[in-house]
Design a binder for this molecule. Structure first.
Ligand code: FES
Length: 174
């Protein structure tokens, strides 16, 4: 009688330990699932950073007038689990009260546009633009891409965007 009782208790104990082990394993799996889900899915649900694409160029007063001035900025963009920084070039044209900022990325295939005697030129395939960024020749199908600007406390800021290349219209891609 006592052997049978002891055998039963041992069986019950094994059953209880088996269930306990299963519950602990399930709890660990659930915890790891939450952690993994948070890191893999959260970038997809993040709200865009409204201020993220506005970059400081510098004090307006320090930008020379009547000559295109090349400026570089560092653009930070979301990329999967983190952020990706890249240097981007701009041409700033300041004439009296008028200020324009062009992306230095050629709208043909993306080479860097240089300043020329009467405007801008791309060294890769010879596209050319006048001083206002209007296309005057070459394979590029549109003018230089202008960037949105704002001035806060005398500081010029640009909203940096990438545009689709090789087409006649200006289309934002990021
Ligand atoms: S990349 Fe500029 S003209 Fe082709």
């Amino acid at each position: 009688m006592s052997e049978s009782s002891s055998s039963l208790n041992s069986s019950e104990r094994r059953s209880f330990l088996g269930k306990l082990t299963g519950m602990i394993a399930a709890a660990i799996a659930a915890f790891l699932g939450v952690v993994a889900g948070r890191f893999t899915l959260s970038p997809a649900f993040q709200k865009p950073d409204e201020e993220g694409s506005w970059q400081i160029v510098g004090p307006v007063e320090e930008i020379p007038e009547h000559v295109p001035t090349k400026q570089s900025i560092v653009v930070s963009q979301p990329a999967g689990w983190g952020r990706f920084n890249s240097q981007q070039l701009l041409w700033v044209v300041r004439d009296d009260s008028n200020l324009k900022v062009f992306s230095a990325t050629c709208p043909h295939l993306g080479c860097t546009v240089n300043v020329a005697a009467s405007g801008f030129v791309c060294p890769c395939h010879g596209s050319a633009w006048d001083a206002n960024g209007q296309r005057v020749g070459g394979p590029a199908l549109r003018g230089l891409d202008t960037l949105n600007t704002r001035i806060e406390d005398g500081i010029l800021k640009v909203e940096y965007q990438h545009f689709k290349q090789g087409i006649a219209t200006k289309e934002v891609v990021s």
